[in-house]
Design a protein around this ligand. Structure first.
Ligand SMILES: C[S@@+](CC[C@H](N)C(=O)[O-])C[C@H]1O[C@@H](n2cnc3c(N)ncnc32)[C@H](O)[C@@H]1O
Length: 260
């Protein structure tokens, strides 16, 4: 085994491996985009054939148990695989440049599983009938999704989804260290991406019990995830992040606050 490790690798093998890693990163990103766009339609009940309010029938208690289990799988995958201790162990198995793409692949699988196996609770809690108000609510909700997308670009879209890592590896460069950023939206609140999800999930012209369960579950997860994420950000960026946290609110902008 030791002999195999020490054996020099032919340059063309490394080249092929790099190309395969790049292809992997790109395929994962493409799959993520398709599933994510589908998820917008699934939550909003727009365009796609299968939405949050349809799927296999189940008694209410069974549906709640299955849906909570699916939300837990989703939350655990995001929480555990994002932690630095997990990444350190994981990159002993998965090559470093593939780590983020693999995270994205597992996150996409957890989301696809959730949508596929979700048990509907379609009874309505509210249903706005006025067309103008419905359109306005859809616009705000879709604005939440747009905020999610804008936040990914503000932080670093291609780094968040693993493409930068595989492309740097392709050109023989090592991974960039994490950089602390407070661009645009991040001067108003610390977590615009999560705020976008909260807006998208809660602002609904029609709120079923199923969508409410989804909104409560994901919002609860976000409130916990923020604490883990900020703990890691303080570990990485120290006083820069502490000062930022003391100046900028978490999810709700301060009235009258100015971007710095
Ligand atoms: C899915 S993004 C969510 C970012 C942020 N929580 C939000 O809601 O906008 C999670 C990644 O963003 C990184 N991150 C969060 N805030 C950051 C900042 N101000 N500068 C650089 N990276 C940040 C975290 O370390 C984590 O890897």
């Amino acid at each position: 085994m030791a002999e195999m490790v020490e054996k020099p690798r032919a340059p063309h093998t490394r080249g092929v491996a790099r190309t395969l890693i790049t292809a992997y990163g790109m395929v994962v990103y493409a799959i993520f985009l398709i599933v994510f766009v589908y998820a917008i339609g699934w939550v909003e009940g727009l365009v796609v054939p299968h939405t949050i309010d349809d799927g296999p029938d189940a008694p209410v208690v069974v549906a709640v148990v299955i849906d909570l289990a699916l939300l837990t799988v989703f939350a655990m995958q995001h929480s555990v695989m994002a932690r630095p201790w997990f990444k350190r162990r994981w990159t002993r198995i998965v090559p470093q440049p593939m780590e983020r793409s693999t995270y994205v692949l597992f996150a996409t699988a957890a989301l696809a599983l959730l949508m596929w196996q979700w048990r509907p609770l379609p009874e309505q809690i509210w249903n706005v009938e006025n067309t103008s108000v419905r359109v306005a609510l859809y616009a705000v909700s879709l604005g939440g999704w747009a905020l999610v997308l804008a936040a990914t670009f503000a932080i670093d879209h291609f780094d968040l989804f693993g493409l930068r890592q595989v492309l740097r590896n392709q050109s023989g460069k090592s991974a960039l260290p994490s950089a602390f950023r407070t661009p645009m939206l991040y001067r108003v609140i610390r977590h615009p991406l999560y705020a976008g999800f909260v807006i998208a999930f809660w602002v609904a012209p029609t709120m079923s019990w199923g969508r409410l369960l989804f909104a409560v579950g994901t919002t609860g997860f976000i409130l916990v995830a923020v604490r883990f994420e900020e703990h890691d950000l303080v570990d990485t960026f120290g006083d820069d992040y502490r000062t930022y946290r003391s100046r900028v609110p978490m999810l709700v902008p301060r009235i009258g606050s100015r971007a710095r």
